[in-house]
Design a protein. Structure first.
Length: 315
């Protein structure tokens, strides 16, 4: 296990280095000069050149990359060109919105998908199975931002139960803050719940057809107990895989939903940095998203070994 863990960590580090190099190269070839955007069209060439030197944009590409990488390794993500504050602080401020939103959305997704997927698998080819299949396909097909707009019209405009947008901050209290996140969390959760429902159904059906489940049923174990005691726990490996991928998607893919609900999250920060050509913020946010995906995949791999010890000898 120690050797396996070391190999996985080494692979993780190498992947992060390769991704960071790719991100830096892509950001460097994007059109537009950050110094010109900051100073405007009336800036003189001398002023532009001075600002470029101050920002380090006049240095060779390799030196700029190594300088940025060294800063990231030490926790110094640089200064935002637009806001004039450390990027680490900007990301931390937005994470207190995006992370709770993603956690709430994943909890809603699991609460919806697991019961529906298990019920569909337990009643295969029945009316329940057909209805669950229709619901899951509808969840997958409907875009999250459209669901968000519909939720605002119904629950905010028509009924006035929850705010239509904005975030009061956690200092205003847990309930008001969660109330501002409920609708966007539902909008993010429904498409993911559709995918997770289909995965859960397929995994449970596959396990129910295994020999050990049929043996337990032949010995007199009731179908319900065989389902929950044997099939569902052993079907968790593919479900955990999807959950890990969904969590990273919910954080990185919340750009549209955060803008629909006017939430000051990380996705909205990335969109603002893109429109303002704030390269350093874009680099750090995209690297954060990429690192989150890579680390989450690493944790999912470890969870495989915890859920199914048989995999340890095959890795």
């Amino acid at each position: 296990m120690t050797g396996l863990l070391l190999r996985r960590i080494a692979s993780l580090v190498l992947t992060l280095l390769a991704v960071s190099a790719l991100i830096f190269l892509v950001m460097d070839v994007l059109p537009g000069d950050p110094a010109a955007i900051m100073l405007g069209t009336s800036a003189t060439p001398e002023t532009l050149e001075a600002l470029r030197r101050e920002l380090g944009l006049d240095q060779p590409l390799v030196l700029r990359y190594l300088s940025w990488l060294a800063g990231v390794a030490t926790g110094d993500l640089g200064m935002s060109y637009t806001y004039g504050v450390p990027v680490a602080g900007l990301i931390a401020e937005r994470l207190v919105v995006t992370l709770p939103l993603a956690f709430l959305a994943i909890l809603l997704s699991v609460a919806i998908a697991i019961p529906l997927g298990v019920a569909s698998a337990a009643r295969r080819n029945s009316v329940v199975d057909t209805a669950v299949g229709f619901l899951s396909q509808m969840f997958i097909a409907v875009p999250g931002f459209w669901v968000g707009l519909l939720l605002v019209l119904v629950f905010s405009v028509s009924f006035g139960w929850v705010p239509s947008g904005g975030f009061p901050g956690w200092q205003a209290g847990v309930l008001p803050a969660l109330g501002a996140l409920v609708l966007p969390a539902i909008a993010l959760a429904l498409p993911q719940a559709g995918v997770l429902t289909r995965v859960t159904r397929s995994a449970v059906i596959e396990v129910m057809n295994e020999d050990f489940v049929r043996t337990a049923r032949a010995k007199g174990l009731p179908r319900r107990k065989a389902l929950w005691r044997h099939a569902v726990p052993n079907a968790l490996v593919p479900v955990v895989t999807i959950l890990g991928l969904q969590f990273t998607f919910l954080i990185a893919g919340a750009v549209l939903v955060e803008n629909v609900f006017n939430l000051p999250g990380l996705g909205r920060l990335a969109l603002q940095a893109l429109s303002q050509r704030d390269i350093i913020v874009m680099q750090d946010v995209v690297l954060f998203f990429a690192a989150l995906v890579i680390v989450m995949n690493f944790l999912v791999d470890l969870s495989y070994l915890a859920l199914d010890p048989r995999l340890r000898g095959r890795t």
